[in-house]
Design a protein around this ligand. Sequence first.
Ligand code: SF4
Ligand code: SF4
Ligand code: SF4
Length: 345
Amino acid sequence: MTAISSASAAFRGQDRGNRLFGPVPDVTGDRGYADDHPARVGFFTDTSVCIGCKACEVACKEWNLLPMDDAEGTVDALGLTGASYDNTGMLGANSWRHVAFVEQSRAVDLPMPTVGPPGAADGQRPLEDPPVVHPQVPASATTAEQSAPSQTASGDREIRWLMSSDVCKHCTHAACLDVCPTGSLFRTEFGTVVVQEDICNGCGYCVPACPYGVIDQRQDDGRVFKCTLCYDRLTDGLQPACASACPTESIQFGDLDALQARADQRLAALQEKGVEGARLYGRDETDGVGGAGAFFLLLDEPEVYGLPPDPVVTTRDLPAMWRSVGAGAAMVLGLIASAFVGRRR
Ligand code: SF4
Ligand code: SF4
Ligand code: SF4
């Protein structure tokens, strides 16, 4: 990932001549599809309702016939990370979905129910008291919402699990696609990014180009693989396998515009309930990749989930770099020419 922040003054999307960066109103039409192309689709993953069941991971493996592997990508190896209940580890050539398990120790109030008259002093609570809910969060909040960061009077601490099903972001500006020399990676009529494994020559240019570390080479044959957003299912009118399998609707599939509106409502509802850490990730079309086709509602900083806080399409700076190269070459040519012009006969 480039070290230059997308907030750099020179790169705030004002460079209209740079088609590798900034918002794109019609990403599919921009790739040459006719005006009547389907609406852009994507994923809204609401991590606040993810229960970490990994049904999405299994459904993806099953539908796409992906081999079993360990966290290093070794095929037919049933590896245990030994550090977490998450034994997938990360996205890879054989793991196109990965549910991150993040364990956090947070300060919370956990007063225990005890016997005593209503309103008793010194923290005594009658047995028939309603369940204890943190004062910042109303009773209607979900379990994940109740465990949001809080001040504590009792000094109690509690483990909370953050779970998030990660996947290819199907970026508006997909660097993997920009650098692919064979056309193996292409933009579909649905606005998604797909790799054609029979055309991939294994050069691996796309792997370091992806700012999220999503696309990966298979160790045995060198070709790259990643989520296709179930292109084969979309063309048959089906929704992606992972979204179908998710029991809590943490993974929501649909037209991107509708998903964005739904995500905005969900975020507003959580913030109204006092869930301070809630935020959308990949929703902003002015970010470093022009917004993502697969975006997330997180309950903490992106880094906590292993996501880059400020991803930037790695081809963004190419026009500026080529302009600098051109200016340098012109200066060298000018110096050489002046050396000849200034010589005595
Ligand atoms: S997340 Fe990476 S692999 Fe997926 S479309 Fe974006 S650049 Fe390509
Ligand atoms: S959309 Fe399809 S390929 Fe992508 S993660 Fe879900 S099941 Fe796997
Ligand atoms: S996203 Fe859905 S299917 Fe995947 S782990 Fe979370 S709850 Fe389970």
